[in-house]
Structure formats: C-alpha cells, structure tokens
Design a protein around this ligand. Structure first.
Ligand code: ATP
Ligand code: MG
Length: 438
C-alpha cells in the first residue's frame, strides 16, 4: 500500500466525471476505487485514456444510484455511466469461480466455462482481494481510493510498473485459457507502455495462440481497434506476426505474408505507419481505410483468379471478388456495415480516379470519399514503384486539387481515357452485381 505522499496520483489528474462516480458510490456506503489504466498510466506519468472504477456495489445497485447508467455485457456484466462523450466503466469486484456458492456456479447467467477452460460468463462477485487476483496483469491491479488517497497494491504491481514489466497474475496457462484475449493485451501493453513481457508470461503465447480461434468476431473487431487504431499499429503488427496471433485478425493476409508477399507487407506497414502518424497528430482516422489497405492486394489476387477462369467485365469481376473476400474476412472480424461501405467506396474509387474524361473527374472529386480514395491512391503509388502510370495518376490528382477551375478544365481536356479499360458497350452494368456481403 502506498500512502498519499508515496505516489503521484491526485484528484486533479482524474476526470471530474470519474470523481463524481467515486464520491457518489462512497456517499451511499459502497467501497469504490479507481483501477486499471487510470492508476497505472498516472504512475507512469502518462495521461490515462479512460477511467475504470471498481466497487462492491452490484450492477443493479449502481444503476439505482445513477440516472445516466447503462448496464452492458453478458460475459462480463458492468455499468457504463455516461457523461456526454465520456463513459466511466464501473465493474463490481469479481470473485473466484471455485469458491462461489453452488447456486451461482450452476447458474449459466452468472458463471459458465467452455470445454477449453474459457470463461463464457464471469459474473461471480467477491472481495477486493479476490478482484485483484482476477485482474489480468500486476500493473493493472492497482487501486486508488478517494476516501484515504492511498494506492492499494495486491499483486506487486508498483514494482512491475517501475521495472516496466508486463506480468500475468496467477497460473499463466490457466489465465490465458480463461480468456485468450489476454495474449493480445500482453502485447498491447508492452508496445504502448514500452514494457517487456515477463518471461513466464511470454513463454506459452505461441503455443496457446490457437485458442484465439474461439473468440467471437464481434470482440475481435473491438480488439482490432485497440491494436491498430491506437498510434502503435506498426509495432503491434510486428509483434502479432511474431507470436502467430495476426492470423486471427486477417487469415488471408497472414497466409500471403507467410508466402513472402513483400509488396503486401510494405503496403501494410506504410498504411499502418500513416495511421499511427495521423493519430499521434490528433488527426481523424477511419478503421475502414486500414481495412481496405489490408485487403487490397488479396482482393486483386481474387480478381486475377476470377479473370483467369471467366470472361467478366471488370466491374463484375470486382464484385465477384468482393463477394468472396468479405464474407471470409467477416468470419474473423465483424466489420460493421458502415465501414464495409467505406471500404467498397475506397476500392471503387481506385478505378474511377483513372477515368477522368468529360465530367468524370469532377464527379470523382465530389465523391464523399474522394479524400480517402486519393490518399489510398498515393499509398499505392508509393508501393508500386514500377508502375509509372500510377505515379502519373497520383501526381495528376495532386495537381488537380491545387489549380484553378479553368486549369482543371484544361487538365481534363488533355487527358485520355485509359487504354483498354473502356466498358464493353454490350456489357453495361449488370443488375446482378451484388452489394457487399454481410
Ligand atoms: P487501457 O484502457 O489503457 O487500454 P486498461 O488497463 O484500463 O488499459 P481496460 O480494457 O480499460 O484496460 O480494462 C480495465 C481493467 O480491467 C484492466 O486494467 C484490468 O485490470 C481489467 N481487465 C480488462 N480486461 C481484462 C481481462 N480480459 N482479464 C482480466 N482483467 C481484465
Ligand atoms: Mg481502461
């Protein structure tokens, strides 16, 4: 335990909303602590991404105290207290499954385990000491109280914060089996906090990696965001490949990388590096851009395969390939429909950007996803260095955006339609072209 003068956490460093929640729980006689990233990051001198709170109040009791409260999660039930755009996550102390009362162990809503030892429901409540043992890493099992301003350290987390070590609490294999996502979390904390994964925590990751196959695609989408829309995408990509965990995000891409697809690898690293830069400069990013980059070359391979066996119009070959690749990818990561729509737009724009005659260039320019499509074209031209016409096209669009409307007209007049890419007039757009599969 650290007293007030032994740690740097003060109320000024907490968000006012987190303080409100802590005070209110205390006022109504419940224990309440700031826990997880909120404590860890302040100890490291960083600004916490969000504030998590833990309490001995049950989710229902929490709901009774806060009007702005939503109960969420089935596997791990918890309360979200909503303050405008900020959400404070409040979890009830978790307890051990073995020592839980028989009736709770047998109730499938409260506790459930798969044949692989994975916790499908983790809603058995306990004391703060038990809660500390149920947390993933020692650095995440630190509790700060606004009642006595002390930091409670049940798992030697302060020492590991100081030594920058990511160490699982408890029996390593059991903890990974309970929740294989902890393998991803180990990597993520190591890259984000510039820490080392402790030897025993690291040792079984490769051999237990196949357990990731049991994680639902919806949770994988959440993990995708934390891994790749975090400012550390390149480092996480490299670590995930190293530990053979990347394939659970993008199986087709992983396969191609194993076959030494160097162009794909350079493209992924470039796109991820770009995303990291944007995030670190507080610029907006859409996950759809990264998804479209990941799948662009695999999509081209599909198109080539389709063209080899059928004589389809380019657009039909594109949609046929799309209908192969998207359902396959969705089995790993449930990509929400709105992002699938943007991915499709970015890909279709790659073809549209090449057709600039007549009014086409202006139509493209007005497309709501023009900017993303253009940025994507630039990335491609950086990678496909032997494709001279792609470099010229990228430059054309860069110039187009900088000149006057008259000069734009002039640019269009001097452009020629791309060779051999005209649509066959007898094969106009087919009504059978299917939308993106879900
Ligand atoms: P950040 O929010 O910066 O990514 P965090 O440590 O706060 O990091 P959260 O995902 O917000 O991570 O979770 C809050 C806390 O809940 C963690 O610090 C950890 O104590 C606990 N926790 C989260 N996920 C798990 C898990 N899969 N297994 C065990 N404990 C977990
Ligand atoms: Mg957090």
């Amino acid at each position: 335990m650290l007293s007030r003068d032994q740690h740097p956490i003060s109320r000024q460093l907490l968000s006012p909303s987190a303080l409100k929640v802590l005070y209110r729980l205390n006022k109504h006689g419940y224990d309440a602590y700031l826990v997880g990233g909120g404590v860890r990051d302040i100890l490291l001198g960083l600004e916490p991404k969000d504030f998590d709170i833990t309490t001995n109040a049950t989710p229902e009791q929490i709901k009774d105290l806060f009007r702005n409260c939503r109960l969420i999660g089935r596997r791990f039930r918890l309360a979200h207290i909503v303050f405008g755009r900020e959400i404070i996550e409040v979890a009830t102390f978790r307890g051990h499954h073995e020592s839980a009362p028989e009736q709770n162990k047998n109730c499938k809503k409260i506790s459930k385990q798969s044949e692989h030892g994975m916790l499908l429901r983790d809603n058995i409540y306990g004391s703060i000491e038990e809660d500390a043992e149920r947390r993933d890493f020692t650095i995440n099992a630190l509790y700060y109280s606004t009642k006595d301003f002390k930091v409670y350290d049940f798992a030697n987390g302060v020492k590991d914060v100081e030594n920058r070590v990511v160490r699982l609490i408890g029996d390593v294999e059991t903890r990974y089996r309970e929740d294989p996502v902890r393998m991803l979390r180990a990597i993520r904390f190591a890259t984000k906090l510039n820490m080392k994964i402790e030897e025993q925590t690291e040792a079984p990751i490769k051999s237990l990696a196949p357990l990731m196959a049991n994680i639902p695609a919806a949770r994988m989408f959440e993990e995708f965001l934390k891994m790749f829309i975090s400012g550390k995408a390149v480092a996480n990509f490299e670590q995930l490949r190293e530990y053979q965990l990347f394939k659970f995000f993008f199986p087709a891409v992983d396969q191609a990388l194993n076959n030494h697809d160097d162009q794909l690898k350079r493209f992924i690293i470039l796109a991820m590096g770009n995303t990291d830069k944007r995030i670190n400069n507080n610029q907006r990013v859409t996950p759809a851009f990264l998804f479209s980059a990941m799948l662009w070359y695999p999509l081209q391979d599909y198109i080539k395969q389709i063209n080899a066996s059928n004589a389809l119009a380019p657009q039909d070959a594109f949609f046929a390939a799309l209908n192969e690749i998207m359902p396959e990818q969705q089995r790993s990561i449930a990509i929400p429909k709105r992002f699938q729509g943007i991915m499709k737009d970015i890909w279709i724009l790659q073809d549209k950007l090449a057709r600039r005659e007549g009014k086409r260039a202006f139509k493209c320019y007005e497309h709501p996803k023009f900017r993303a499509g253009y940025d994507f074209l630039l990335l491609r031209s950086e990678i496909e260095t032997d494709n001279q016409s792609l470099a010229e096209l990228a430059k054309w669009w860069t110039d187009f955006q900088q000149v006057s409307p008259e000069a734009q007209q002039q640019m269009i007049k001097t452009t020629q339609a791309p060779q051999g890419r005209r649509r066959n007039p007898r094969r106009r757009r087919k009504p059978s072209a299917k939308p993106v599969a879900e």
